[in-house]
Every structure is written in structure tokens, then in C-alpha cells.
Design a protein around this ligand. Structure first.
Ligand code: ADP
Ligand code: MG
Length: 393
């Protein structure tokens, strides 16, 4: 990775302002899934051990520039405190004289969590004055919020113009894995793309087609390719406005792009719908494709055999319904069994792999849905671009 990290700077005794992604689900004032908090622990623990004064900031939900009582960071601070085994102080705001006074009181090794940055509308507008106000709280800035690096907001991008800015360990890990796959993958390099819509992922398909040895397409997005080939897909989810794009991609991809050969179809979009397996050109009128079929699972397994790098984004079917999760689970098992660098990106894909109990069998599970997609599209992510390059003084 060509960005400086928290290891490259002296943090002892310094006020270290860390952007974390603590945008976690809450219910009744409690954190219901602390995955994102845990993901930030290596950086936070390192800073504590180094004797830094640790100031954390994050957004939570979508308060749209207003103070929303149910989107305060207090429950997050409580959970973080349990995980760290030490108190985590909280502030009533993320800028201003009161917060500055709290920061001044902070002792080496202590942790303060600022209030939700999106209580200020200036945050998402990347307002320079607001970014400068945030920057007053630290001597250095560490970005460890991979899930937010695709946004040019004050706490992710703007602030880096006012302070020395480096990556935390989570951000480093994400950039290292995703960057390696895109820039210098061990081959064969296979990508698996699925999910609901092709329109969400055209940029990813475009970018990956130029890099991979094989691109397997499943999920709802395959339907648009089927229709582009002239098949009748019944009531399946199709994006007619993307038919030309699909045709164009098929023409350019040659043999690299592999589509399903059979499908599990259902007579309704529901968990207990009637289902059967059909060839992709034989979807009965009134039925819809909700999963890849068994022949496709075998075909995809064959194509994955021997792969040394695998990037997977998007489930193979409507995995939320157990009856239509089989294709996704079978592909997850196949990927997990490979002797390869395996990377899973995308919120639903990660959920599917976790549901299958295979998350710890993968090399890397990306913590950023939107951010990992934009990374795979080859886009410049503003929160990463703003950090100091290696060798820069
Ligand atoms: P990710 O979050 O991993 O990027 P997406 O959000 O693009 O994935 O897609 C996930 C959604 O796609 C799931 O809710 C799943 O039910 C849906 N999906 C997958 N296959 C189909 C299909 N054949 N028809 C309709 N929806 C599908
Ligand atoms: Mg999704």
C-alpha cells in the first residue's frame, strides 16, 4: 500500500483524532451488531498502548444535520468500553469549546468518543470550516473508516487538509487485499458477481472484465443477460434499460463471462413458493428465477477450480429465503475450500457468507459495502486519496 499508516508516525502523547465507522445497528438503546466496532479495535488498542490521547469520531444513521436523541453515540461508547475493558468518555458534540476542553483534559491512553458527526449538516457537505473545527481537536488524523472512504465528507476527506493524515489498520487491510486483487492478482483470477441489479454493478463488471481470467455471473443480474440473449425469463427481475449494456458486454467479454445454464424458478416471490429447476431458456410463463440451478453450481465450481484469487460480490439468488439460498451456499462452500486469496465484498454477500458459517474460511471479508464496490470499480476513493503517500514529508 502506498499510503502512510499509523505505524509511520509518532503518536506518543499526541491527540490522535480517528475517524472510525461506528455506524452500527441499534435497538432499544443497545448495539445489536458490534462487528464494525470490533473491526476498529486493533487501531484503537495500538494507540492506547502507544500512550496516545485517543479521540474517536463517526457518523451514525441519517440524522440529516439535526440532533436526533436516538442517534447519539452513547450506546456505542458503552459497547466499546466493554470491548476495551476501560472507560470510554463521550461528548455532547463533535466540535466547539466544550469538546475542546474535554480533549485538553484527556490523559495518554484515555479514549473519548465524539458525538455523531452528522448532527451537523456541514459534515456531508464537506464544509471546510467544519472540517477545520474538527481538526482543532487533534495533532494527527487517522482514518480507519473503510465503510465511509467513498464519501468526501468533512470527517473523512476535508479534515485531511488540516492535519497530517494516515491510515489505520483496518483501512490498511482493506486497501491491501482489494488493491492486491486489482493490481497484481495471483492467477488464475476469478470474479463472481451476483445480487439484484446489473445497473448497480456495471462499473464493477467493466473494470473486472479487463483484469480477471473468468467472470461468473449469477443472481438477479444474470436475468438481464438472459433477456439480452433473447430468452423469455417470465416474471424474473429484469432491467430493460440495461439490455443494451448487457448485449455490449457479452459481445466484448468473449469466453470470459460465464452465465448460469439452469435456474431454480418459483411461482411467487416468497419463502414458501412452489419451485422447480429449469434450463435458463425454459422459464415457464408466470414464474421467476430466484436461484442458480445445480448444473450451474457444478459449472461454476469447475470454473473456480485452481483459482488463486477470487473476488465475490453479490449473492447467487434470493438467499434470504432458505429454499433459494442453496446456490449461494454451495458457491460459498466452493470458494471457502479453495487454496486462494478469497475476498468477499458487499453487505448482502457478507451476510450470506456469515449465515453459511464460512466467514472465517475466507481471506478477507470487506467491512464496506458501497466503498468496496467503488474500489472494485477502480474509482478513486476520496477518503483514501486524502491520506499522505509513503515517502511524502
Ligand atoms: P451486495 O449487498 O452483496 O452487494 P446486492 O445488494 O447487489 O448484493 O444484492 C443482494 C440482493 O439480491 C439480495 O437481497 C437478494 O435477494 C437479491 N437477489 C439475488 N438474486 C436474485 C434474483 N434472482 N431475483 C431477485 N433478487 C435477487
Ligand atoms: Mg446489498
Amino acid at each position: 500500500m502506498n499510503k502512510k499508516t499509523v505505524r509511520d508516525i509518532d503518536v506518543r502523547g499526541k491527540r490522535v483524532l480517528v475517524r472510525v465507522d461506528f455506524n452500527v445497528p441499534l435497538a432499544e438503546g443497545k448495539v445489536t451488531d458490534d462487528t464494525r466496532i470490533r473491526a476498529a479495535l486493533p487501531t484503537i488498542r495500538y494507540l492506547i498502548d502507544q500512550g496516545a490521547r485517543v479521540i474517536l469520531m463517526s457518523h451514525l444513521g441519517r440524522p440529516k444535520g439535526q440532533v436526533k436523541e436516538d442517534l447519539r453515540m452513547a450506546p456505542v461508547a458503552a459497547r466499546l468500553s466493554e470491548l476495551l475493558g476501560q472507560p470510554v468518555l463521550t461528548a455532547q458534540d463533535c466540535i466547539g469549546p466544550q469538546v475542546q476542553a474535554m480533549v485538553q483534559e484527556l490523559k495518554p491512553g484515555q479514549v473519548l468518543l465524539l458525538e455523531n458527526t452528522r448532527f451537523h449538516e456541514e459534515e456531508t457537505k464537506n464544509d471546510p470550516e467544519f472540517a477545520r473545527q474538527l481538526a482543532l481537536l487533534g495533532d494527527v488524523f487517522v482514518n480507519d473508516a473503510f465503510g465511509a472512504v467513498h464519501r468526501a465528507h468533512a470527517s473523512t476527506e476535508g479534515i485531511a487538509h488540516y492535519l497530517p493524515a494516515v491510515a489505520g489498520f483496518l483501512l490498511e487491510k482493506e486497501i491491501t487485499f482489494l488493491g492486491k486483487a486489482l493490481e497484481s492478482p495471483e492467477r488464475p483470477f476469478a470474479a463472481i458477481l451476483g445480487g439484484a441489479k446489473i445497473s448497480d454493478k456495471i462499473g464493477v463488471i467493466e473494470n473486472l472484465l479487463g483484469k480477471v481470467d473468468v467472470l461468473l455471473i449469477g443472481g438477479g443480474m444474470a436475468n438481464t443477460f438472459f433477456k439480452a440473449q433473447g430468452y423469455d425469463v417470465g416474471e424474473s427481475l429484469v432491467e430493460d434499460e440495461s439490455l443494451d449494456t448487457a448485449r455490449d458486454m457479452l459481445a466484448r467479454a468473449g469466453g470470459k463471462l460465464v452465465l448460469p445454464v439452469d435456474a431454480v424458478v418459483a411461482d411467487a416471490f416468497s419463502a414458501d413458493a412452489q419451485s422447480k429447476v429449469v434450463e435458463v431458456d425454459a422459464v415457464p410463463a408466470g414464474w421467476r428465477i430466484l436461484d442458480i440451478g445445480p448444473k450451474t453450481v457444478d459449472l461454476f465450481k469447475e470454473k473456480l477450480a485452481g483459482a488463486k484469487t477470487v473476488v465475490w460480490n453479490g449473492p447467487m439468488g434470493v438467499f434470504e429465503f432458505p429454499k433459494f439460498a442453496v446456490g449461494t451456499v454451495e458457491i460459498a462452500k466452493a470458494v471457502a475450500a479453495l487454496e486462494a486469496m478469497t475476498i468477499i465484498g458487499g453487505g448482502d454477500s457478507v451476510a450470506a457468507v456469515e449465515q453459511a458459517g464460512l466467514a472465517d474460511k475466507m481471506s478477507h471479508i470487506s467491512t464496506g459495502g458501497g466503498a468496496s464496490l467503488e474500489f472494485l470499480e477502480g474509482k478513486t476513493l476520496p477518503g483514501i486519496a486524502a491520506l499522505a503517500d509513503v515517502g511524502q514529508t
